[in-house]
Design a protein around this ligand. Structure first.
Ligand code: CP
Length: 345
């Protein structure tokens, strides 16, 4: 079957078909194997990809810039202060009387696609960041790629799966433990949601561990449960830091995320609360109770809080491979949605 994703927005992997996910992963692996091949290195010749960042980034910005270069095109960095943008109680809008509709329609004429990152303290209530991406997507014909918003991070989810498949083959029937971890960074849910959604979509058993009070949004958990039900796999929640580490677990993803009241209590109160729960950490003694599990994390890692150095730098850590895969999965997304490359699966 041939998969065509021309002009498709990539906002969350749950909004792609499993065939599209598999096509992107297949192409990303082929691009990794033949990184500078003439098959790929002119796909975006003379074209510009826009990268609009409301929040800082290391991996996402650099890997998208490299991806555009390796496809023969150019990536342009945009930030709110250079575009007459401001934050308002309704989210983000353009100053000087210019609406998102007008700005988006103009940007659409310049670019082959646009990525947007907006999360954590750049939004005033949960969902505003994702709503902004959808507003741009409504007015732009070129594809919008989510570079991490307050709900989803599809490029990260695809890269997680690519790394996990590279190390353990077909993921069907294997188990991932997603566990909350303490820390001082008050993270949005995007990477966590995306891993839960795409791993359950690809047939994995999902075990979720978090302290009481740190529930993820019900609508996302309902999707993960439905994915597991459709695949005949298991979904389980535990509320203690120990019992998730069992002999069936092949991947451990240990990550801080903020509580559901974050936008009411604010960052300082969240950090003060989360920092006290030091028992929520991934360590070697816990990893030793699993099926030789691999350590997964989107990075940046809060070492000594989310995970010990021993695990993060140990032989079972695949975090750098996954970070490298950001480049390859994003090249695949750009090639399929912006250059019209079709993939047989
Ligand atoms: N994982 C990730 O998106 O990293 P950056 O925040 O550094 O882009």
């Amino acid at each position: 079957m041939q998969i065509d994703m021309i002009k498709k927005d990539v906002l969350c992997t749950q909004e792609l078909s499993v065939d599209e996910i598999n096509a992107l992963l297949k192409l990303a692996k082929a691009m990794k194997a033949e990184r500078y091949s003439p098959k790929y290195n002119q796909l975006l010749k003379d074209k510009t990809f826009l990268m609009f960042f409301f929040n800082p980034s290391l991996r996402t910005r650099i890997s998208f810039e490299a991806a555009a270069t390796e496809l023969g095109g150019h990536a342009q960095f945009l930030e709110p202060k250079t575009m007459r943008l401001k934050k308002t109680s309704k989210g983000v809008e353009v100053q000087a009387g210019e609406t998102i509709e007008d700005a988006a329609k103009v940007l659409d004429r310049y670019a082959c696609g646009m990525g947007i990152r907006i999360l954590e303290t750049s939004v005033e209530s949960y969902g505003d960041g994702n709503a902004l991406l959808r507003e741009y997507a409504k007015w732009m014909k070129v594809p919008i790629v989510n570079m991490a918003d307050d709900k989803y991070h599809p490029c990260q989810g695809l890269s997680d799966m690519m790394g996990m498949q590279e190390h353990r083959g077909d993921l069907k029937g294997k188990t991932v433990l997603m566990t909350w971890a303490h820390g001082a960074l008050a993270r949005s849910y995007c990477s966590v949601h995306e891993n839960l959604l795409i791993s359950s979509r690809l047939g994995m058993n999902v075990k979720l561990a978090y302290p009481k009070g740190y529930d993820l949004p019900e609508e996302e958990i309902a999707k993960v449960k439905a994915n597991c039900k459709a695949n005949g796999t298991k979904f389980e929640i535990v509320n203690d830091p120990e019992s998730g580490y069992t002999e069936d677990v092949e991947f451990v993803y240990s990550r801080n995320w903020f509580g559901p009241d974050f936008y009411e209590i604010g960052k300082e109160a969240e950090i003060a609360r989360a920092s006290k729960m030091t028992e929520w950490i991934c360590n070697q003694e816990r990893m030793d109770r699993t099926n030789n599990a691999l350590f997964v994390h989107p990075m940046p890692v809060d070492r000594g809080k989310e995970v010990t150095d021993e695990v993060a730098s140990g032989p079972n850590s695949i975090i750098t491979d996954i970070a490298e895969n950001r480049l390859h999965t994003q090249k695949a997304i750009m090639a399929m949605t912006m250059a019209g490359l079709k993939v047989d699966i």
